[in-house]
Every structure is written in C-alpha cells, then in structure tokens.
Ligand binder design. Structure first.
Ligand SMILES: NC(=O)c1ccc[n+]([C@@H]2O[C@H](COP(=O)([O-])OP(=O)(O)OC[C@H]3O[C@@H](n4cnc5c(N)ncnc54)[C@H](OP(=O)(O)O)[C@@H]3O)[C@@H](O)[C@H]2O)c1
Length: 209
C-alpha cells in the first residue's frame, strides 16, 4: 500500500520503518526540506516528500503528530484527504494525565470533523512506542492485540492488514464512537507504565474461549 506518515517521531518513525520493511511504499511527510532525513535513515526503503505531495500520493495517511498540532496540520489537508484512510495515532492528553478533551468527545471525532471526507481509523495508540518498535514477544504464545476503531468497514480492513504487518493481532472494537474509550485505555497504560512503574513492554492480549 502507498502510505504517507505525518510526524515521523517515536511513533511515526517506528511505524514507518516497520511498514516499509513489510513491503509497503512509505513516504515521510516533510515539514520543511530535510526535516524527515533522520527518520528516513531508519530504513533504506523510506523516502520523504513535502506533506501535501506525500498525502496526495497515498492511499493511507498515518497521523503521528502531537495532538495539539492536529488542527493546524490536518485542516489545510482536508481536500487532499478526500476518500483516503486517515490513521489516527494521536492522543489528547490533559493535565495530570487526564483526557485532553475532558472526556466529552474523542480526539478522533474531532479529527474526523477536520477532514470530513477522510476515513478515520484510530489505531496504534494503546501502547507506548517501545512496543511499536518491537512487538515481538518470543516467550508468549499470543501476539499483542492492537485495538482499533472507525466507521468505514473497508478502511478498517486495510488498517487491520497494516496492524498485522506490524506484528500485532488486530482487534476491531467498533465505530469511531469507541475512540474515546481507546483514548482512556491509552491513559490507563501510560499511568501504569510511566507513573506506576510497570514495564513499557506491557501489552494487552485478546483471549476468547
Ligand atoms: N510516545 C508514545 O509512546 C506514543 C504512543 C502512542 C501514541 N502516541 C501519540 O502519537 C503522537 C506522536 O507521539 P510521539 O511520541 O511520536 O511524538 P514525537 O516523538 O515528539 O514526534 C512528533 C512528530 O510530529 C512532528 N510535529 C510536531 N508538530 C508538528 C506540526 N505542527 N506539523 C507537522 N509535524 C509536527 C515532529 O516533528 P519535529 O521533530 O520536526 O518537531 C515529530 O516528527 C502523539 O499524539 C502521542 O500522543 C505516542
């Protein structure tokens, strides 16, 4: 799949590397010429292009910027995003690791309003970047689950494949209305790991009888 990644930091850089190594065509969006060079060095399969060019050439766009940048980054790209899959990796985080939108609405729903004709799927948010870099758990007999949600079934099927390609077990938790609950799940993980001292390699598994 042709994929653009906006925000090639800890999350976007890790996903870009894994997806490129899984055989996808991954282009990193440049804020300015050369700004994605360090992330590009993560894999010889990665390339970079100005943001709008990267988005227009992609079937799926992975958004991995700080939540506070979403409006300024996505607003101007709304036309370029028409009909495209927009994978929302961002989390709105407020003071004291509270929900950044006071749990009134999810960040993904706000994002959908910024790009109404994109197909927003929330994914790759429920763990820290450490597990996105390295989701392998050789001692376990199950893969870590990656919960995801969105309103477009075809878009979710494509994202489920990307999740599989990154080494996780995809778990569709429903429509975009579920994004608020995933954002709380993220806060749970962050509080457990970054505050209470659990291992950053903590992941969730989905077991069914
Ligand atoms: N860190 C985690 O463990 C984790 C896990 C899951 C989800 N998330 C979420 O993923 C998102 C990214 O987190 P991260 O840890 O990867 O952050 P990060 O390492 O700081 O990377 C953020 C990236 O976004 C770019 N960026 C910042 N402001 C921008 C703007 N206005 N326009 C375009 N690009 C901009 C940065 O570019 P520059 O380097 O040029 O500033 C950088 O490439 C956040 O929303 C976070 O909540 C984080």
């Amino acid at each position: 799949m042709n994929i653009a990644v906006i925000g090639a930091g800890q999350v976007g850089g890790s996903l870009a590397q894994r997806l490129a190594e899984a055989g996808h065509e991954v282009v990193l969006a440049e804020r300015e010429p050369g700004s994605a060079d360090a992330a590009c060095a993560r894999s010889s399969r990665l390339s970079a292009a100005p943001t709008e060019d990267a988005v227009r050439g992609a079937e799926a766009v992975i958004l991995a910027t700080p939540y506070g940048a979403n409006a300024s980054v996505i607003g101007p790209l709304a036309d370029a995003l028409v009909g495209k899959i927009l994978v929302d990796c961002t989390n709105p985080v407020g003071p004291g690791l509270s929900h950044g939108l006071k749990s009134e609405r999810s960040g993904s729903e706000v994002l959908q309003a910024l790009a109404p004709k994109a197909k927003v799927v929330k994914a790759f948010t429920i763990y820290g970047f450490e597990n996105l870099e390295r989701p392998e758990f050789p001692a376990a007999n199950v893969k870590p689950a990656m919960f995801f949600c969105g309103d477009d079934a075809a878009a979710k099927a494509r994202v489920a494949q990307l999740i599989t390609d990154c080494g996780f077990e995809p778990l569709d938790v429903g429509g975009l209305v579920q994004a608020l609950h995933l954002e709380h799940m993220t806060l749970l993980w962050v509080r457990m790991v970054r505050v209470n001292g659990h291992s950053p390699r903590l992941t969730w598994a989905a077991l069914t009888g």
